[in-house]
Design a protein around this ligand. Structure first.
Ligand code: UFG
Length: 325
């Protein structure tokens, strides 16, 4: 298939684009490089630098390329930033996705795989979280992604646009030559590995009084290559109907367990200091991904935290400056 990948220069988008090419698909990457990296885009993909805020350009490009489907990774995705600057999230995520959907309607492109998030659930009352768990986002980032989910459902009902909504839990890990590089970095695993590289003094543990066994928050870390394989399965199943899936590996690890595992993987002491809770952080997020396993036969290949952190460490160790030249 020919796949139009928005945000294909970003962490998850570039790795999925790489796996799409490996699976024999054609890829066009559309990215404004505001947070993505030119060097993350795989060789073999056509790259067009552009913004989702340019509807005419989008429609022209879709009319010219006639892709079979869109994979839509392009978004603003920092929870604290979304609280401080909600306008950016409703514009970049909601309004710009509407531009994309309009351009798809105009040009007859009617399949989309959409990057959603565990943040649509807010603070769930039950764990593990299934797709039936009520959505109740607690920040503009999660709201913006949920609004897009609503648009997709209505566009399917009204115009027959087929969608796969993939709600990611905590993406982590790397390929040998592609990994996580955000500026500024806010995610736990890359920050911990920056301490191991000597680029930071210590890691702050945000909250040690959560109702969890060691008092620190628990997350479900899923390897980015397992996310990529789920996208490809979801793409190939779109003709059979629209669907919504959680993507996690079904196990929770606390912040302290992540730091401890990183110490063991890197052989570095990784000093940690206790700090107050970070506003907006739910105590525990663990996915049930039974639905995609049952319906599409998806299986995560990286089930141990150690393997996930080891793959991230390999990338950070060999690319201490990320994609910076
Ligand atoms: N944490 C620390 N110290 C740090 C950074 C993070 O203790 O320096 C903690 C956080 O408080 C949290 C855990 O480590 O408890 C994981 O934090 P991340 O920032 O790595 O990831 P989040 O769980 O906050 O966010 C991820 C995605 C978001 C998505 C969210 C869903 O990155 O896009 O999951 O809740 F919205």
């Amino acid at each position: 298939m020919k796949v139009f990948v928005t945000g294909g220069a970003g962490y998850i988008g570039s790795i999925t684009a790489t796996e799409l090419l490996n699976a024999g698909h054609d890829v066009i990457v559309y990215d404004n490089l505001s947070t993505g990296h030119r060097d993350a885009i795989p060789e073999g993909a056509r790259f067009v630098r552009g913004d989702l805020g340019q509807p005419k350009k989008l429609a022209r490009l879709l009319a010219e390329e006639r892709p079979d489907a869109v994979m839509h990774f392009g978004a603003a995705s920092l929870v604290p930033e979304s609280v401080a600057n909600p306008a950016k999230y409703y514009r970049n995520n909601v309004a710009y996705t509407l531009n994309l959907l309009h351009a798809m309607l105009e040009t007859g492109v009617n399949r989309i795989v959409f990057s959603s998030t565990a943040a649509v659930y807010g603070i769930p009352k039950t764990i593990p979280i299934t797709e039936e768990t009520p959505t109740n986002p607690i920040n503009p980032y999660g709201e913006s992604k949920l609004m897009i989910e609503w648009m997709l459902r209505r566009f399917d009902e009204a115009y027959g646009m087929r969608y796969a909504i993939l709600r990611y839990f905590n993406a982590a890990g790397a390929l040998p030559n592609r990994g996580e590089h955000h500026d500024p970095e806010t995610h736990l695993i890359p920050l911990v590995l920056q301490v191991a590289l000597g680029q930071r003094e210590h890691i702050k543990i945000f909250g040690t009084d959560y109702p969890t066994p060691d008092g620190t928050a628990i997350r479900d870390y899923i390897h980015v290559q397992d996310l990529a394989s789920a996208h490809i399965l979801a793409l190939e199943a779109l003709d059979e109907g629209s669907r919504t899936y959680n993507l996690g590996n079904g196990q929770g690890f606390s912040v302290k367990q992540v730091i401890e595992t990183a110490r063991s993987v890197t052989g570095h002491p990784i000093p940690a200091v206790e700090a107050p809770r970070r506003p907006g952080d739910p105590p525990i997020l663990i996915a049930s991904s039974q639905r995609i396993q049952r319906e599409l036969g998806w299986r995560p290949r990286f089930t141990s935290l150690r393997e996930i952190i080891a793959s991230a460490w390999e990338w950070h160790r060999t690319h201490p400056n990320g994609y910076r030249r």
